[in-house]
Design a protein around this ligand. Sequence first.
Ligand code: ADP
Ligand code: MG
Length: 862
Amino acid sequence: MDAGQPIHPREPGLNPAGDPPAASAGASQPGASLDHGSWITTLQQALQLEVERGFENLQGRRERFSLFLERQCRQPPDDLIRRLPEAAPALIALAERFARYDALPLAQRQSLLRRSRERLHSLRQSLDPPRPPGPPRLKLAPQTAASNGGPSGARRMASPIQPDTPLAEVPGIGPKTATRLAGLGLLLARDLLRHYPRDYLDYANLVRIRELVPGSTATIVATVQRSHAFASPRNPRLVILELQLHDITGRLRLSKFFAGRRFSSPGWLKAQQRQFPPGCSVAASGLVRQTPYGPTLQDPLLEVLDSPNTPVRSRQIGRLVPVYALTEGLGAERLRQAIQTVLTAAAHWGDPLPADLRRQEGLKDRATAWRGLHDPADRDDLRASRHRLVFDEFLLLQLSLLQRRAQLARRPARPLRLPRGQSSLMASFLELLPFQLTEAQRRVLADIQADLEQEQPMARLLQGDVGSGKTVVAIAALLVAIEAGCQGALMAPTEVLAEQHARKLGEWLSQLHVSTALLTGSTPAGRRRQLLQDLANGQLQLLVGTHALLEDPVAFARLGLVVVDEQHRFGVRQRDRLMGKGLQPHLLTMTATPIPRTLALSVHGDLEVSQIDGLPPGRTPIRTRLLRGGQRQEAYELIRAEVALGQRAYVVLPLVEESENLDLRSAVTVHQQLQEEIFPDLRVGLLHGRMPSPRKQEAINAFASGHCDVLVSTTVVEVGVDVPEASVMVIEHAERFGLAQLHQLRGRVGRGAAASHCLLINDGKAGQAQQRLELLVRSSDGFEIAEMDLQLRGPGQVLGTRQSGLPDLALASLSDDGDVLEQARSLAKRLLELDPDLEGHPGLRQALLEQRQRQVEAGSLN
Ligand code: ADP
Ligand code: MG
């Protein structure tokens, strides 16, 4: 930054060196002199970068990430504070958290960053509410009160409600309600329709308290006798809301639990109690459970029907009544009324999907579907309505992915054709291997080769279980590129993995006289300079590295093919970065975390997907067992026995250090305990993500070369560490991990000829975790496991928190709506084939534009 940059006069103490890690041009001044828009963007960029770099408190050009954020939050831009003075305390609170960032464990860093992004996002929303793009739409003639059947009846002769009418201007919604709705992120009329119900109370199945049957799901309507909200005496973060209810047939006690600190404030407790005053009638729905005190509803869905002593409104009886996410001061009935008003107007909004397409696909029109979702006549109506709206979500997603792919394809890549008859590098490589490629490997390789010969850049995702032999295929492909006179790049998500790849490649490729080099964040400057020079003049044929490869000074002479290992850790953003460097190489991405097809299509719908199914022959299957904490001794005996046979063992833990909040065994503690008490005669190593890179490498080398028998590690071993002599993996607190991640971890053993073991120690409460973990004992099929993981944990968890580009689907479920996704994808393909720019479908075109706009606004949140 220039020393001469102006400093805001009111901030004499400001450090002029303020420099965001994102280092975006012109955005590096201290907060007070920026306008709020660029200030928020700068902070969002910094947060994004910190997330991408793994929460390691990034060193910017001038200062560390946490210091930068702390300073910025203490000195937000003047215009922000002028317009939103109430934001100041929250920003100061954030500043204080960032001041302690270095001392926070990873999980708390993650949650701090999440909160900061939410805060910035809502700041932006309050300051600059999103406006839809495009020309103003044709206004319809004003409706009369008679034609507006909504309960609030448009008495004013206002202009009709359009999708982009601000909610404050909707008749029947006053400024106060509009403010409350804004608190839910609902600003425009169309937002309200997309505020989908969380659930439905089934008043069609209404029963009396005496008729409740344990094991069934039921809804009751009853009167509140007493309500009490209090923090659990044993766990101050757990809040319990207790309701005593009665109807003419009996009484019932209900408890609802809220976990998390924000619920335990006195204000929140009071508000809860106020929400359920004695005498008011509530509907409660849930699974009936028998207790010593009589029946109760487990985790009930509650809804206040009306104020005390007014009868239940007959409109609801015998119907499915939607239940919404509410905010304090906004009652369910008020929200429903507002939605009714907008629903009525929406009948005139038109449908992005023309009638003939709707008929052909068997879909309701959009306005009817909205009504069916917010006010279903019955279950069938609800199902069909939901189908239509889920279809819309998937259709827009697929249209944008497929259009993106078409755009990429329009920029030509170098076709990598081999002159026929020339001795092939790839063939000599395959001859070097001590094994034959499997059928699946050969098939995938043929697909890739065919892609590489095209002028269209390849964009292919290779999925294959851990150990299925993807790397070999990737190397073969890289050799094709090199033989065609181009350079290749192989990117790995971690330094450890990059080094491992480089070592393996070095062994094989030196025999083929192909030059390779490794470039990571810790490559010394001198070496790096030389390497970049060789790369730029074309002497270096293959570069292996981490995402340092994407950094600016790296320039290839003739980059032909990029292979990205463990794609899900790179994400769309990095892919774009490569393209942004003006490179249009062929791209092969690989993942060993097979993701279910629905998820793959939604996240990687712009890629072709190949699969290596099955493992190479000769592997002994891994024996997996599930142990309780009390059986830990058995695990230790097995480790001892295997080490006596010359094998090695991993012990994996979820945390590096003890945490005050979680009662978990940590890597550091367990390492010490194993070395000192359990295996004083063995060599026990330690590996975790907070160790500096060279120490990590030392630990892995010691384990790989047999100088260490037992390696205590966090999940850093998850990705790709390859030690064939390791035959035991013990995973502590297995209940804390996702299934797919456990499967991935388990793949670290069973890489040699010896029979291998995986012992999962479940320290949690029995029940669901146990059932979940039993799937791993039963199955060794990564796809089955991933499918299950998706159902149990949802797509965000399956892809990992670092994944960017997860589509924003409000209604669609990737685990349940696979059929609708296929239907939408197939229509999207047909549409784009005939009409690539959707000229003939202005409704869809507009909907896509609006969606992109929303994504840009929310973009820095991902
Ligand atoms: P992935 O990257 O898919 O996890 P790797 O490519 O690392 O798997 O392969 C795992 C191990 O299997 C490596 O040691 C590799 O040399 C070996 N391997 C790969 N393909 C075959 C094959 N067709 N037959 C036997 N062994 C193979
Ligand atoms: Mg691999």
